[in-house]
Design a protein around this ligand. Structure first.
Ligand SMILES: [Zn+2]
Length: 236
């Protein structure tokens, strides 16, 4: 057991024994912890919860009924535990790591977790085991997470991403393009956002190796990505 772990147990046993009222018991019940290395935080342990003092409204005024949350946060912070607010992160349902929600990119296309049918999965877990995840995204205009290596799972990029494309090209009709490809029997497609800034946007069309020959037969290969859109929409 590490030093932090030992201290953590001591602090938490104090916190739990100090929680006497129902409000305090509810508060401590709602804490959540993650032990072990975490990509997004530096400490050995992350503690998630509400860390404001507990208050009630009385005669139009807010009255503090318990200072345990703020004291617990100070103690935990002092022993090197990462204090995380419960509304500022999501938890990976596979590895349990906390992922800060503010880590999401401002332009809303780069995410660090996937919220799918089986719950939330972080990009580290998906980078390790991404086959089913990528299959679920095939044919959909939703970019795979940046950390997942598409080559590792048998996909090849069929459009060039040389240079960036101006902002006005950022919204080709991806759904229509993918639908055209699907009707032509090219179903194992992925659209990956490579970069997304305020003035430029670049993306690539990827096709699974099992359908590359079919794609090349219909459309050729190595073509410019703007032409891919035009090509697919007109040729198929
Ligand atoms: Zn994970």
């Amino acid at each position: 057991m590490g030093t932090t772990d030992r201290k953590f147990r001591l602090v938490m046993s104090w916190v739990k024994s100090a929680c006497k009222s129902q409000a305090e018991a509810n508060w401590v019940e709602n804490l959540d912890f993650h032990h072990g290395e975490c990509f997004y935080y530096t400490g050995e342990i992350q503690a998630s919860g509400e860390w404001n003092d507990l208050t009630v409204w009385e005669n139009g005024e807010r009255r503090v009924i318990s200072e345990i949350p703020s004291k617990a946060a100070k103690l935990l912070d002092a022993i090197g535990v990462d204090i995380v607010w419960s509304n500022s992160h999501v938890s990976c349902d596979v590895c349990g790591e906390f992922i800060p929600t503010e880590a999401a990119h401002a332009f809303d296309t780069v995410h660090f977790w996937y919220d799918g049918e089986c719950g939330i999965t972080c990009d580290n877990c998906l980078a390790r085991d991404g086959e089913d995840y990528l299959k679920a995204l095939e044919g959909r205009p939703e970019s795979p997470l940046a950390k997942v290596d598409l080559r590792k799972y048998g996909y090849t990029q069929v459009s060039s991403t040389e240079g960036e494309y101006p902002y006005e090209y950022r919204q080709p009709d991806f759904a229509k393009m993918l639908e055209k490809l699907r009707l032509a029997g090219i179903t194992r497609t992925l659209l990956k956002t490579h970069s997304n800034g305020p003035f430029a946007y670049s993306w690539g069309l990827w096709v699974h190796s099992t359908q590359i020959r079919k794609f090349n037969k219909r459309l050729g290969h190595g073509i410019d990505q703007r032409k891919v859109v035009r090509h697919v929409l007109s040729a198929l």
